[in-house]
Structure formats: structure tokens, C-alpha cells
Design a binder for this molecule. Structure first.
Ligand code: ZN
Length: 157
């Protein structure tokens, strides 16, 4: 189902404005997923061989992508979703709100966001944000609140 891609997305900081010419053409639906799939080609995953990409759409229209970066210690590995999230905050600041998420891989395997990424995303993602990910039945779309119904929250006083 997922074709290997050799064309890489633009190097450097992985942010695309909505009108950016580097954005692949697309109908809108599935476009974020396609960006996630593209950035998966940058994955550093020599240990698992599992190449994952994530794309986040922010409320301002910007799209930020990330890929998984493994480490020889295994435990220090960072997932594509968290890589994209920290990039988004780094580039656009702590007030960002994520309105859509896509997670793809080049392994033709299911890749829903892991528990750690769901919790990290919860800090910035709207409850109604749609999350697209590769599942056993093809690409699946769920509301974020459905994906993580009981996120840990700390009441701020
Ligand atoms: Zn994860």
C-alpha cells in the first residue's frame, strides 16, 4: 500500500505555509497524510527499520512535519509525532494549537500514535482535531478526543 519514495521533502526546517510552493499538490483531504509519508523518507531508524513521518496542521494554517529518530540506546528514540511537536513549538511558540495530525510510515504497517505521543500532543491539540493514521484497515481518521479520552491534565490555579 505504501510505496517507497525517494524524493525528499525540502531540507532544513520542516515547516510549510499553506501557500508554499514546496507543498505537494493535493485535493486537501489526505494532503497532510501525504506530507507525513514524504517526511518518513528522512527517518533515522537503523535499529527497527520502521520509517515513520508525522505532519501537524496548526490553527494558523502552518504545517510542521517530523520523523522518528532512533538511538543506539533504544530508550532515547523519539517518535515522529513528538519530533514534529517540538519543532512546531520551537518555530511558532508555545501558543500553537494543533488542528489536524497525520501519521504515516513506509513499512506498510499500522502506525497509530503511541501513548507517549498522544499525551504529548494533548497539551497542544484541540479535542476535535482529526488524526489520520495508517491502520490495519488502511488510513483511519479519528477525533483526538477519541484517540486519548482521558489525557492527564493538571489543573492550573
Ligand atoms: Zn510515539
Amino acid at each position: 500500500m505504501y510505496r517507497e519514495r525517494t524524493d525528499a521533502v525540502a531540507s532544513g526546517l520542516m515547516a510549510y505555509e499553506d501557500d508554499n510552493a514546496t507543498r505537494p499538490r493535493g485535493s486537501g483531504k489526505g494532503e497532510l497524510f501525504e506530507l507525513a509519508r514524504k517526511v518518513a523518507s528522512h527517518s533515522y531508524s537503523p535499529y527497527s527499520g520502521f520509517r515513520v513521518g508525522a505532519a501537524l496542521r496548526l490553527s494558523g494554517g502552518q504545517v510542521v512535519v517530523g520523523t522518528n529518530v532512533e538511538n543506539v540506546s533504544y530508550g532515547l528514540t523519539i517518535c515522529a509525532e513528538r519530533a514534529a511537536l517540538v519543532t512546531a513549538v520551537s518555530q511558532f511558540g508555545p501558543e500553537i494549537r494543533i488542528v489536524a495530525v497525520a501519521v504515516a510510515n513506509l513499512n506498510d504497517a499500522p502506525s497509530p500514535p503511541c501513548g507517549a505521543c498522544r499525551q504529548m500532543l494533548a497539551e497542544f491539540t484541540l479535542a476535535e482535531a482529526l488524526v489520520e493514521f495508517a491502520s490495519a484497515d488502511g488510513v483511519r481518521t479519528m477525533a483526538f478526543s477519541e484517540l486519548l479520552p482521558l489525557a492527564f491534565e493538571m489543573k492550573r490555579r
